[in-house]
Unconditional design. Structure first.
Length: 217
């Protein structure tokens, strides 16, 4: 309860954190790095960053290109989740409307633009707005859609949970982050509804609706 002592402890913690960061930087800069099929050598921070990017590109060679700072992370913020949930409901309740009926540019409007309209997952064909599988695919989503359908077809004798689809997308070569899964999962179901039967807790559902979205979210 001593405010002076508390300030002193916090100041010492800050100093120690700074010292620890310096030690870690020095350890990285003085380390000898071993890479398969290469001679050991020292690498500075810029070299390590470049190497990490190169290895990530190789391991996740079919990772989609999605420009969403709000959801393109493992644990989105509370405000991002709130915007996601609004968009998910609009995806199932307002399909057919331009911009899913979103007016102006709230947070869910930005998610719509970057993840659905910008990728072509929600687009107008024959004057009708609807969800479609990736076609002209600058965002590289088509390999994910194909892999998910292959997983479902291989297990055609039993139900497939969306968790299993997420596991496919999460693994190499895709590496999709958890924050993107609900919106991409709903877009996948809506774009493939002619090929899929939906069950909720073992009961067949005639249509995919906002209750199913709540489960996915």
């Amino acid at each position: 309860g001593d405010s002076v002592a508390r300030r002193e402890v916090n100041a010492r913690l800050t100093v120690l954190q700074g010292q620890l960061e310096n030690e870690l930087h020095n350890a990285f800069d003085s380390a000898l790095w071993y890479r398969k099929h290469h001679q050991p050598k020292s690498l500075r921070q810029p070299d390590l960053n470049g190497l990490a990017s190169e290895l990530a590109d190789r391991r996740f060679s079919e990772c989609p290109i999605l420009h969403s700072e709000l959801l393109n992370r493992h644990k989105p913020s509370g405000s991002a989740i709130a915007a996601q949930n609004i968009l998910l409901r609009r995806m199932v309740l307002n399909e057919g409307e331009p911009r899913l009926g979103i007016v102006d540019f709230p947070a869910e409007g930005g998610l719509l633009a970057s993840l659905l309209e910008g990728t072509g997952l929600y687009r107008r064909e024959s004057d009708v707005w609807a969800f479609h599988a990736p076609d002209d695919d600058p965002s590289r989503l088509a390999p994910m859609w194909k892999a998910a359908m292959q997983r479902i077809k291989r297990q055609r004798k039993r139900p497939i949970s969306m968790v299993e689809v997420y596991d496919v997308w999460r693994a190499p070569p895709y590496g999709v982050k958890d924050g993107l899964m609900p919106i991409l999962g709903v877009a996948f179901v809506l774009s493939q509804r002619e090929s899929l039967a939906i069950y909720r807790e073992g009961v067949f559902c005639a249509r995919f609706d906002d209750v199913d979205v709540e489960y996915l979210a």
